[in-house]
Ligand binder design. Sequence first.
Ligand code: HPA
Length: 250
Amino acid sequence: MEKKIAVIGGTGIDVEGEAVSIDTPYGRVEPKATKLGGEEVLFIPRHGEDHLPPHRVNYRALLWAAKKWGAVRVVSTNTVGTMSWHTVGSFVVPDDFVEFTKSRPQTFFEEVAVHVDLTSPYCPETRRALIEGAKVAGAEVHQGVYVCTEGPHLESPAQIKMLRRFGDVVGMTGYPEVALARELELCYASICIVTNPAAGMRKDAMAATEIVDQMAKSVDILLEIIKAAISRMAEERRCRCSSALAEAKL
Ligand code: HPA
């Protein structure tokens, strides 16, 4: 058995690889086939060549492409603002999420009622590998709740005051990926890079360029974490992700 893994790369991460083109019912995806941590990896740049804004990313196509290529596990990278005073440059591996998105297709099942269980929304095995990988890479790593906003604007201080009651970090790209992965019975976990304190949790105004600037500083260790995590992922899946649809259809 092979460990075929897809990495959905967010802002500020790219890898060398062979360009591939994967057709899906939702459109074509143009990822790269590469090797990371000694394993075959499909690297899917979330925002594509034109850097689509988070609300326009074709999340269904990305996950479908990962599955069609043969991936069983998906590692996602997401930049986040901290609502919990994490150190900028530290990492968070979410164990749960809340979402406040507005306009994104959220399911592969538009015609039938399919309700996948999200009691453990992120794959526990894949999360564990990422946390261990982060420790091996010498990174500061935390767990916590990811809050997904619609964007594309950054949040207002009052929004952050409200969202802090719901979670620890805020980003715009973690949902609906997490739920779509479950619908395809893929193991899915995210490694979030803390690029800034969220709006209002700082004296000064926020600039989107801070996110890119911090990512430039964090990308090397992020890649180290991903490689170390991949080399720790078991071939056999003992989690429940692979049978997510078994009791989900009405
Ligand atoms: N808010 C939303 N998304 C983000 C942030 C933020 O502060 N930082 C990085 N992505």
